[in-house]
Design a protein around this ligand. Structure first.
Ligand code: 5GP
Length: 183
């Protein structure tokens, strides 16, 4: 299967590679200013945030530390349950640290609201969130996201780290998955 065939699995490209990079640069300037007096610990949420972290971290012109967590927010279904399990924990002690969670997408908000509380309870000095995508119409719990890339409609999207059954993470753009793929 080549790239053309993969594109045929999308009904539309929502955000192009160029738009993503321009937005990450814009957010990086804000983060540089906000964290000028400290070295933030960027916490990426595996696996979806790998691309955002890779590009965003390289855009930053300040010192950062980087760590990763893997959480599972879904049981068997495709709807977030709010029951979150830690599959891989941080390697870093975050007590006293300024933590910036780097996420691909905030959908119901359940995962991030849980993660925020979890990291705050470890004694971090501050915990803020950067999310490339947000679906305002899907939000179930209010989560204060300091840095948002794009607000998108409540469709299932793939690409730029986001998968369907582990596929499509390597697409450079974010697109809406065509129904024929999952029906
Ligand atoms: P939440 O707890 O906010 O409902 O879900 C967050 C997680 O659900 C994200 O980190 C992501 O893994 C997954 N997710 C939510 N919406 C989408 C989507 O449109 N596409 C993909 N591929 N994953 C999604």
């Amino acid at each position: 299967m080549d790239v053309e065939d993969i594109r045929a699995d999308l009904t539309e490209v929502l955000i192009t590679e160029e738009e993503i990079h321009a937005k990450l640069a814009e957010l990086a300037r804000r983060v540089e200013a906000d964290y000028a007096e400290t070295t933030p610990l960027l916490v990426g949420v595996l696996k979806g945030a790998v691309m955002v972290m890779a590009d965003f971290a390289r855009e930053l012109q300040i010192h950062i530390d980087m760590d990763w967590m893997a959480v599972s927010s879904y049981g068997a279904g495709t709807e977030s349950s709010g029951v979150v399990r830690i599959l891989k924990d941080l390697d870093t002690d975050i007590a006293g640290r300024d933590v910036l969670i780097v996420e691909d997408i905030i959908d119901s908000g359940l995962t991030l609201s849980w993660l925020l509380q979890n990291l705050q309870s470890r004694g971090a000095k501050s915990v803020k969130i950067l999310a490339l995508l947000r679906k305002p119409e899907s939000i179930k719990v209010e989560v204060d996201v300091e840095y948002v890339g794009f607000d998108i409609p409540p469709a299932f999207v793939v690409g730029y780290g986001l998968d369907f059954a582990e596929r499509y993470r390597n697409l450079r753009a974010v697109g809406v998955l065509a129904p024929h793929v999952y029906e």
